[in-house]
Design a protein around this ligand. Structure first.
Ligand SMILES: Nc1ncnc2c1ncn2[C@@H]1O[C@H](COP(=O)(O)OP(=O)(O)OP(=O)(O)O)[C@@H](O)[C@H]1O
Length: 257
């Protein structure tokens, strides 16, 4: 399935300009500006609490910015969500895994925007769900309760939901956290395929070794944007050391705080 909402290359897929977000006294984002062009994969890097999830929620319009402007494919966040143009894979901690729902039902949620008010699934919706389950290698687990899956399988179920939605812009909050190497490889392969189909991806990760493999560009966030550019530029040891106190060893970059 190719990206369902296309746009002129001149219109950024994601545009955040001067966004400041507070939770009470906590300043989570401070004057953040970021543009991601359509069809690009952008890695979002930062230590715990640096504002990555807040940035996703701001792009989705779930957390309001005190100042600044957010556009997704030239639309407001609310319009982009209504049009199904933006899909979200949340962090695992943000999901209630005890909620009694089957994997197939989770993936079907991605189709809600395509259904009428009564949310009656049509053949096209069922086909999209089966296709997404196949692409994420979850067809055999489709009738299981979501809470009865492994961490990696759960992640894949949410990626499947975003695929079924057909969103042009996908926001993935730590898709590799807590997944084994096999699920990680499946997810990387999928994300690359989605990129090849013209989707735009913003992917947060603590796995720095994954960034040059997957991403066209990377952003270092520490409440503010510290650096944004090609992975090789952003992952330079001196930039990481200055921003986060990260050093490299023979296995790649290592977070030290
Ligand atoms: N609902 C909330 N209420 C109050 N403070 C919050 C809330 N959500 C996040 N914060 C605070 O905002 C800051 C940014 O949090 P955020 O979750 O965006 O960071 P993150 O980079 O996604 O972190 P992690 O890597 O641990 O997921 C942190 O100081 C956090 O404690």
């Amino acid at each position: 399935m190719s990206a369902s909402t296309t746009s002129s290359p001149a219109v950024p897929a994601i545009e955040v300009s001067g966004a400041t977000v507070r939770y009470g006294d906590v300043l989570a984002l401070d004057d953040v500006s970021l543009e991601v062009a359509p069809g690009r994969v952008c890695g979002l890097l930062g230590t715990n609490g640096s504002g990555k999830s807040t940035l996703f929620k701001t792009v989705l319009g779930l957390v309001p910015a005190d100042h600044g402007r957010v556009r997704v494919l030239g639309r407001t966040s609310a319009d982009a969500r209504r049009a199904g143009a933006v899909g979200y894979v949340p962090q695992s901690e943000q999901v209630d895994w005890a909620f009694p729902v089957r994997v197939r039902d989770v993936v079907m949620m991605g189709r809600y925007g395509h259904m009428g008010r009564r949310r009656r699934a049509r053949a096209a919706d069922r086909e999209a769900v089966e296709h997404a389950l196949e692409r994420t290698h979850l067809s055999d687990l489709a009738d299981r309760q979501i809470g009865a899956l492994s961490g990696g399988q759960r992640k894949r179920a949410f990626v499947a939901r975003a695929i079924a939605q057909g969103a042009a812009v996908l926001l993935l909050d730590e898709p590799f956290a807590g997944v084994d190497k096999r699920s990680e490889a499946t997810i990387v392969e999928l994300l690359r395929a989605l990129r090849g189909e013209g989707h735009t991806l913003l992917v947060s990760t603590h796995d720095l070794a994954q960034v040059p493999v997957l991403c066209d560009e990377a952003v270092l966030l520490q409440r503010r944007v510290i650096a944004h550019g090609a992975p090789a530029e952003v992952l330079r040891p001196e930039v990481l050391m200055e921003a986060f106190g990260i050093h490299s060893d023979e296995e790649g970059p290592v977070w030290t705080r």
